[in-house]
Design a protein around this ligand. Sequence first.
Ligand code: HEM
Length: 276
Amino acid sequence: MISPQDFFPAIAPWVAQLDDTFPGAQIKPYFAQWEVLHILSLALLGGASILLNLRLIGSGLTDESPSVVRRGVLPWLNVGVIGVIATGVLIGTSNPERLYTSEAFTAKMLGLAAALFLTYGVSLPAAKAEGQLSRGAGLAAAVGLGLFGVALGVFAVAKLANPGLWHVIIAAALIVLFVTKGVTRIVYLVGLLGLIATQFALHHAIYKPDDYAHLDPANKVLIVVYLAWILAIAAIQIVRSGRGCEGGGPAVKALAYAAILVWVTTAAAGRWIAFA
Ligand code: HEM
């Protein structure tokens, strides 16, 4: 009950004819080629967003100030965002009923809205001001985080698509691994490997791989434990490196993590449209 058709039942006839009219009918024979452009745009915007937000977190291109990194990545970010939306709309018109009936697509559009708020309303202005958050950025952060929360909630209950949330958890785990240093990084990695080993044992030794009655609840508990571990170490990194450091305090760093993960969530929901 959370696909676009549940919210907009009146537009069903319009959606049904989209792939018979311009531009859907013309795009349809070349769907794969247009989808490649969709993914290339995603790679561009993803790379730009990661460089920008890692700098705010205090990692990556730390030889440059946040405003210099922002100036360097902005054109690529803009091309990527415009490209992914334009190609998305075009492939969407050539396969419209798949999106209209997809719960993952609802999560994806909410994620996209959140990503635009967190990127253009928070990360870019904060980088321009060398890590300072203006009042306007605070407002954009509240709206962006609210939408991000709703997107995650929709993704979590989207039937057959919700395993796609593992992409978001893995991305968060890898960012924290990249950003942490020294002993914290080693302790964190050992904890992660322990969790992975536990999960492997649950799936292959303790329960049979198709014993869903036991594996479903076990996986849900594991997700919570993974999240708690990743968030706890991220919080330590944020507080430690945020104190009095040029490039942004703890709030900016936490928002920069969110600004990367919101794009990952949007992309993961996009990929899982196909599986649901
Ligand atoms: C208005 C915006 C967008 C529209 C209408 C749109 C539409 C689509 C459509 C129709 C598909 C193919 C689904 C299928 O048949 O399986 C798709 C796939 C995908 N989209 Fe989008 N998209 C949009 C924005 C985005 C954004 C912003 C991202 C990334 C942050 C994204 C990432 C993806 C990914 C990763 C796939 C899966 C490609 C594959 O491996 O098959 N999309 N999108």
